[in-house]
Structures are given as C-alpha cells and as structure tokens.
Design a protein around this ligand. Structure first.
Ligand code: SF4
Length: 410
C-alpha cells in the first residue's frame, strides 16, 4: 500500500471532502497515514476563511518540500497536492510560488484526482546488498527484497483501470529485481501487455545489475521509455574502489555503449558525489572526463556529506568544504551545458507527450516527453492523463515548449 497523508484545514465540509478524496484514492492503492514523513502523497485540503490562510499553506508547503526532497534522495517519490478553497482561489499561483507542488485541485474537481495521477509509482523492490561506503540504505532498509510479479501485475492492472498511463517501478536497487525467476526485464514485458499502460520507467539502478535481458529490453520493449537513471557517482577508479561500487570508469563506459547500441537515443542521467574522502584533483578530472565521454541528459550532483555509521564517514583525508563547493560548481556547469544541449536537440521534433498537470500560465498544461523532459503546451486540461503528439518549438531554462499537432482529440 502507498501512504496518503491528508491535512485538513477549516470547516466540517472540508473534513468530509478529505475523507472523499481518501476514498477516491484507495483504489489506486493509497491508505491514509497520520504523518507526512515518508508519505507517497500529501494533500493539503485548504480553507480560505481565516486570515492569512494562504500564507499558512505556503509555509507548510515549504516544510513538505524538504520531506519530498528527502524521499527523492532515497529513491522514492512524494506527490504533493493542494486542494480546497485556497487551491480554488490561488490556482496556478500556487505552482508558481512553490514548484514542488504536483497537483492543484479545486473543490469542483476532486473526482478527477485519480486521473490527475497520470503517472503511478509502484514499489517493486526494497533494500540493498551493495554496501557503498557512503550510504546508509543497506543498514536502514536491510537486504534486497523483491515483491512477487503476481502482486505487481495485479496492482498495475488496477492502476491502469483507474487511469494511470505511466508506471514507474521503484526500488533502491530496482534492476536487482528478482522474484520466482522473474527479472526486471521480464516484469517490464509483463507490464507492457497491460492495456492502458503506455509508458514504463524504472529507478534507481546500479551499473552492476544491468543484465543482458534488461539491456535488450531497451531495444525491444516499445513501452520501456528511452530514459535511464544509472548512477556512477565518480569517474575515478580509485574513488569508485573506495566507494565499493564494484566497477571502474571504463566498465561503466562499456556498459553505456552496449545500452546505446540497443537504444541510441536513450536519455542518460546519473548521480555524482564530489569531494569523497581522498578525492584528488586528478580523480575529479576523471569524473569530468567521464561526463564528457558519456553526455548526460540531466544529472544530480552533490557534495559528499558524512552519514553516521558508514565506513566513509571515518575515512582519513576528508575534503574541505571549499574544495567540495568549487568542484561541485565546475561539475554542475558542465552537466547543465549537457542538459541544454540535450534539450535543444529535441527542438523541431514531434514527440509524444504524456500530460500530467495544469501549468502555471493560464490555459497551459504540462507533460513529459519519452525522455522525461517537461513540456509546456497551450491546450485544454482534458488532455491531462493522455499522450498526444507535440511539435517541440523552443526551450526555456527548465522546460521545453511546443504546440499540439493538429487533428488529435482529447
Ligand atoms: S547501491 Fe550503494 S548507493 Fe545505492 S542504495 Fe545500495 S549502498 Fe546505497
């Protein structure tokens, strides 16, 4: 079950509506919880009667943004929704002021909530046996464990029945998935047969678990999106060994070459840690070289920070904060250049876009390309939850923009 936290402000009517929303989301696998920490979805059901009601909602959203970021760091996803009278009154302003908000739903649209969750997140695997020296997951989440394919396929069918068009398979080490002889590739093949599911993604993966059949699936399973988050953390063999990653920089390069051989247009993303204990200038340069060699669509990069109880936290030769910050700035500049280059390469193309939500500008909706890039389009909200062809016209800092190809109906 996924955890749903609903915070209700104001009158009895709102309490009634909160219960109604929980009922609507129950068929999608959501069960209510008493705390927002770790929830898969948080709804603030707001009230506009009291003075400064909107400001209270914004400050609460600020706190929730942090919880959402924490969840993302551990490979999970928290959907953040604002409902009720503040949603009605402030509308798109909410997303403009707090971009972490995924959904804004007025009191007249609660029944559409399930459709609004066009993308469903399905946990298939938990735990990790890898023991990277910087990471607490193997200690906190225990060893790798996979859910049965029967349970996953059943849940996916229910989600598809309720309008989910995209399934995102989640796991700390999702490509280590194994249950009753089923690999992740076989699971993706099973999901591809479910009517209504148009897109499949999975996250987060480890390079050591990219099996031959999963690589082949990127060429053969048309519903498996051309997008892969495959963290490498560093390009230096010395650092990778100290991290206990179990592969070197060239192993990763060869792996990417095999994946691109199957799916040349695949969008690659990664995680990087800069300033791992002992990281020299030459080690850092090796990371930059790996980034140049691979070419990422986007990536997440962080300064190394000690996690209590992990081997790296007591390693000698910890790197100073100044050096970490300087290296991070250099890496992020390079990654941003690559992101813009990748986004620019889509301009002029016609791409299928799955629409997810109403955007900030009036009359605008937001969706995702197969490569997970956000796209903004002037179009009717009836497109939300559907895939449509979009002619990509331009890029702004964080999004592509385009126009619906004529002749399609929502
Ligand atoms: S693979 Fe490494 S970084 Fe990922 S969860 Fe396991 S120990 Fe942590």
């Amino acid at each position: 079950m996924k955890k749903l936290f609903v915070k209700t402000y104001g009158c009895q009517m709102n309490a009634y509506d909160s219960a109604k929303m929980a009922d609507l989301l129950a068929p999608l696998g959501y069960a209510t919880t008493d705390v927002p920490d770790g929830a898969d979805m948080v709804i603030l059901n707001t009230c506009h009667i009291r003075e400064k009601a909107a400001e209270k909602v914004y400050s609460e959203l600020g706190r929730l943004k942090t919880l959402k970021a924490d969840k993302a760091k551990s490979g999970g996803r928290m959907l953040l929704a604002v409902a009720g009278c503040v949603a009605q009154a402030e509308g798109a302003e909410i997303v403009a002021r707090q971009p972490a908000v995924d959904l804004v739903v007025g009191p007249q649209s609660y029944h559409r909530l399930p459709e609004m969750i066009a993308r469903a997140f399905l946990t298939v695997q938990e735990g990790c046996d890898k023991f990277c020296t910087f990471c607490v997951v193997p200690y906190t989440r225990g060893s790798e464990h996979s859910r049965t394919p029967e349970a996953i396929l059943r849940e996916a069918r229910q989600l598809a029945d309720k309008g989910a068009r995209e399934i995102v398979l989640l796991g700390q080490n999702v490509n280590a998935y194994e249950s009753n002889g089923w690999s992740l590739a076989k699971l993706c093949a099973g999901l591809a047969e479910i009517e209504g599911i148009a897109r499949i993604r999975y996250t987060t993966s480890h390079p050591r678990d990219m099996g031959d059949d999963l690589i082949a699936a990127h060429g053969g399973n048309a519903k498996l999106m051309p997008y892969l988050h495959l963290p490498v953390q560093s390009g230096s063999d010395t650092v990778l060994e100290a991290m206990n990653r179990g592969h070197g920089g060239d192993d990763y390069r060869r792996l990417i070459a095999r994946i691109r051989n199957q799916r040349p247009d695949i969008a690659l993303t990664s995680d990087f840690i800069v300033g791992f204990p002992g990281e020299s200038d030459a080690d850092f340069e090796a990371t930059l070289q790996l980034v140049r060699d691979i070419g990422y669509a986007t990536a997440f990069s962080f300064k190394y920070s000690k996690r209590p109880g992990t081997p790296a936290s007591t390693m000698r030769k910890q790197i100073s904060e100044d050096v970490k910050a300087a290296r991070l700035a250099v890496l992020q500049k390079l990654l941003l250049e690559q992101q813009y280059a990748f986004d620019d390469s889509q301009i002029g193309k016609r791409l299928p876009v799955l629409f997810e939500k109403v955007a900030r500008e009036p009359g605008q909706i937001m969706g995702r390309t197969p490569y997970l890039q956000p796209v903004h389009v002037q179009a009717d909200a009836a497109w939300i939850g559907q895939v449509a062809e979009v002619q990509i016209e331009r890029r702004t800092a964080n999004s592509l923009h385009g126009a619906l190809v004529q002749g399609q109906s929502a």
